[in-house]
Design a binder for this molecule. Sequence first.
Ligand SMILES: Cc1ncc(COP(=O)(O)O)c(C=O)c1O
Length: 394
Amino acid sequence: MPGFEIFGKEEKKEVLDVLETGVLFRYGFDSTRNGHWKTKSFEKELCDLTGAGFSHLCSSGTAALCVAMVSCGIGAGDEVIVPPFTFVATFEAVLNIGAIPVFAEIDDTLCLDPEKLEDFITAKTKAVLLVHMCGSMAKIDKIKAVCDRNNIILIEDACQSVGGSFHRTALGRFGKAGCYSFDAVKTVTCGEGGGIITDDKKIYENMHMYADHGHDHVGNDRGLENHPFLGMNYRISELNAAVGLAQLRKLPEMIKIQKKNKKMFEDAMKEIDEVGFRNIPDKDGDTATFLSIFLPDEKRARDIAGKLSKAGVTGCPYWYENKWHYIKEWDHLKDLSALSKLPIQKYENHPNYRNIDLPQSDNIMKKTISMQIMLNWTEIEIAERIDKMLGVFK
Ligand SMILES: Cc1ncc(COP(=O)(O)O)c(C=O)c1O
């Protein structure tokens, strides 16, 4: 990752198709679009890839999360369980639909811990929004079982894990809806874009209407369509979809390259006694965008992270200190009273996020370092990088 590393004539061709017609809108203009329906084609191919019954493409992964939750009937006052290790968008999306994010512990998969989930369920819990972090998966079967047992909606934030699977079922297909991001740095990029999959026709209908001002998309005259409910504009443009369409077709090859590259680093790291590895419940389903390792403790992890950076080994985040991915540093979000200065929401019923105490997650994140796996590394570059990394552990 990211997919822009391998932009080629395929992306250019899809974009030119759109530019030649001048139709940038995903709906209508049937007579002038010369048969080009890039968004619709992407949606069909996303269904083919994942096996989902329905898919809807929208403007971002964040939009996908909002649209998915609203379409599943989640809204004001509902509690939604989320992990503390994610991208801030997961938290923002829950707040944005008026619901209440409740943080639960993660385990050594770097995703929600099914064993701890029930400790965070209350009478108000409407959904679990789990995140398949860094290209790999949560213990999704166990999390689904907890949700089913407690009659809670499961939604998957697979924004970082398109193309991943668990025992051959695509990540995103275990819950009521699964969301992907196709933003500028994702494995499949549209520049900006997001996708949602579901097997539930009613949820799908809610999605495509809610993401387009509530239009029902029946008939050929947009001005005469009905609007069964209020919506927003979360549409994607044909230009973005065109880029993504070419990229989606390259996804299997991208994952193959990532797996090959990741294995070389993993094999080298296995020789180092103090290094442990992230638990990946189904290695075959890993998209291999990151290699995540555990050091014995926080002191050693900080030491190694610093040395990697000094040695010029780029793309190795120490998430515990990262302002976007772990709750510890989300000061601007934890202070909801600051957000309330924008008078769009009231936050009286929300927990005080400054007091959140997740010792298990802290202990895991303190000792975790990840390494991004790139697509266009040559074997020589990989060998040089491994040399530098091994040097750091001496
Ligand atoms: C876990 C997760 N959820 C949601 C998003 C939001 O996606 P987007 O950037 O397309 O809005 C991201 C983006 O990085 C993400 O990593």
